[in-house]
Design a protein around this ligand. Structure first.
Ligand SMILES: Nc1ncnc2c1ncn2[C@@H]1O[C@H](COP(=O)(O)OP(=O)(O)OP(=O)(O)O)[C@@H](O)[C@H]1O
Length: 574
């Protein structure tokens, strides 16, 4: 773990060196104060000299000034390092997360992952940014103070030192326990975040089903769980600190007794004893401080483990090392005996031995009952998943041979529930085509019949769409998604019920826009409605993950009983 953290500190090694120098400097200055104490007691109190008092105080003031300057440099550099390293870790973590395949986020709650990005990194930051330097400073003071103690009085030193082995043992024993408990505790906190995030995001559903009390109960349960685990950790830490304190202070008391007797018998000056006590307190204090921070370090180690684990997750789906460079795409799609099951349901084939060719420029509608596998076909085309067997080809190239960006660049997707981000209309439309100018965006919005309602928004194209586009209606959201696709100008269009949320009039307009957009492009439409089907060259009927018939509407009416049934249901509902 240390090498992992070091990998984030290495680029800033000069700052690390600076912090270390400041750290050593302040530790030395702190220890030098002990000599000031010795001077003060021997010269002032034993010899009664006022000059000596002034001299001792001058030395003390110089030491204090140097110590303060050193402390400033140390704090600044150490906090800087903590903030910088964590900013870098957060950046890398996010960069890594967005490359992971969608199924990873189905298996891992997004709230839990969010918690790693925020809580775990914050914990680590406090450790790199202060606890480590605190611990190091105390270790230096411990070592330096010990050296000075031994040099000044071996007998008293041995009394104090007798306690050290007794302290090391509980430190190691409790440390391991605290580390494990800290992992559990962070995990529980993540659960709290995940549950709160999910329910608040879907608050309308919660309230519509009068589910408030149920989610409150479940939340309380999660919070209490987190509290229980945190309490166990705190108990261990407190116990550790108390144990060390008893032992350390006990040995200090023993030393005071014997040292005091030596002074009374004239074997030791009062100043020597005072300096020795000063060092002994420093040494004991630093040991206690290290034990306290030790728990903190263990906690951070737990957080670092979790972060490292997340970063080590390899994406299942990535570009090949040497991708085939895809020439200008004609837009031919081929499914070759493709079978696929979702990782969460490995036994149930969502697609079952699908073979299908869609020629460049062809418009194909996918129809079939719910759960037939239509959306799954799209997911495989976009390479969100790889098939279990068989292959998906784009212009005769298997998708895994091509760079992921190149594959996805060829498509524009209009999903069933278009997603808008919490930013302006401009930025939302520009999502798939970052270089598009404001004019291009406006033209696309006009073509998608979205310009009118955008103009009526308070800030027009600069209007903020709110979290997940909450401030627009379903139909408007869909028109924005269509505008986004128009702007992208792709070779292949993937439309998932693209016109489902439109009223009859907008549907008519949007259909016109889509007709124009589909011109010369390969288009796959998931369609439940015959209005959409009328505009296609071919219909593919799917059921239970299989293609059961293909052909034009009239032919299918006679050849496919399932299609006939679906069509009858459609007509009845009109
Ligand atoms: N993320 C997922 N994890 C596990 N199973 C899934 C997942 N998504 C879909 N499925 C299952 O895969 C099968 C095919 O689903 P798919 O969404 O492709 O159907 P569909 O034809 O698009 O349905 P609809 O018309 O209702 O959208 C279904 O049995 C569905 O329950």
């Amino acid at each position: 773990m240390l090498s992992w953290i070091w990998s984030y500190l290495r680029p800033y090694r000069w700052q690390v060196l600076g912090a270390f120098v400041a750290l050593v400097f302040t530790a030395v200055m702190t220890l030098a104060l002990g000599q000031g104490v010795r001077l003060l007691v021997d010269m002032v109190f034993s010899e009664g000299s006022l000059e000596g008092l002034e001299e001792a105080l001058t030395v003390f003031l110089w030491l204090a000034a140097a110590l303060s300057l050193g402390a400033y440099c140390r704090m600044y550099l150490v906090f800087w390092l903590g903030e910088r390293a964590i900013a870098d870790i957060r950046r890398d973590l996010y960069k890594h997360l967005v490359t992971l395949q969608p199924s990873f986020f189905e298996e891992n709650l997004s709230g839990e992952i969010q918690s790693r990005v925020t809580t775990d990194t914050t914990l680590l930051q406090s450790v790199i940014g202060s606890s480590v330097s605190f611990a190091l400073r105390n270790v230096l003071i411990f070592v330096g103070g010990l050296g000075l103690m031994v040099a000044s009085n071996l007998k008293l030193s041995l009394i104090v030192l007798s306690v050290v082995p007794l302290v090391i043992f509980p430190l190691l024993f409790f440390g391991r326990k605290v580390r494990q408990l800290s992992r559990d505790s962070q995990g529980k906190v993540a659960d709290v975040g995940a549950w709160a995030g999910e329910t608040l995001q879907h608050i309308k559903v919660v309230q519509a089903f009068n589910g408030e009390q149920r989610v409150i109960d479940r939340f309380n349960h999660t919070v209490e769980d987190a509290f229980t685990v945190a309490l166990r950790r705190v108990r261990q830490r407190a116990l550790l600190v108390a144990l060390v304190m008893v032992m350390v202070l006990g040995s200090v008391a023993g030393m005071l007794y014997i040292g005091g007797r030596d002074v009374l018998q004239g074997a030791l000056t009062a100043g020597d004893l005072a300096a020795f006590i000063f060092y002994a307190i420093m040494v004991a204090g630093s040991l206690a401080a290290v034990t306290e921070v030790w728990g903190e370090l263990q906690r951070a180690a737990g957080a670092a483990d979790r972060l490292r684990e997340l970063m080590a997750t390899k994406p299942d789906i990535c570009s090949p090392k040497e991708p085939v460079s895809l020439p200008a795409v004609a837009g031919r799609i081929r499914f070759d005996q493709v079978s696929f099951s979702y990782p969460s349901r490995p036994d149930q084939n969502a697609l079952d031995n699908i073979s299908l060719v869609i020629e460049p420029g062809e418009r194909v509608a996918l129809v079939g009952p719910s759960g037939a596998g239509k959306s799954t076909l799209f997911e495989l085309l976009l390479r969100f998943h790889d098939p279990k067997s068989g292959q998906v080809l784009l212009d005769n190239y298997p998708l895994p041979d091509l760079a992921l960006e190149q594959v996805r660049q060829r498509y524009a997707l209009v999903p069933q529930q278009p997603i808008l981000f919490s930013t302006s209309v401009y930025e939302n439309l520009r999502y798939g085509s970052p270089e598009a100018s404001d004019q291009d965006i406006k033209r696309a919005a006009i073509a998608a019949h979205a310009d009118d309602f955008i103009q009526q928004m308070p800030d027009g194209y600069h209007s903020f769409l709110g979290e997940q586009g909450i401030k627009v209606s379903g139909g408007q959201r869909q028109r924005l998604a269509i505008a986004r696709a128009i702007l992208r100008d792709p070779r292949i269009l993937l439309l998932d019920e693209a016109t489902s949320a439109l009223d009859a009039q907008s549907e008519h307009y949007v259909q016109q826009a889509l007709d124009q957009l589909m011109e010369g492009r390969t288009t796959l439409i998931i369609a439940h409605r015959l209005a959409t089907i009328a505009h296609v060259d071919r219909i593919v009927v799917m059921d239970k993950g299989r293609v059961i018939a293909t052909g034009p509407h009239d032919e299918l009416l006679s050849s496919s009983p399932l299609y006939r049934r679906l069509a009858e249901l459609q007509f009845r509902s009109f």
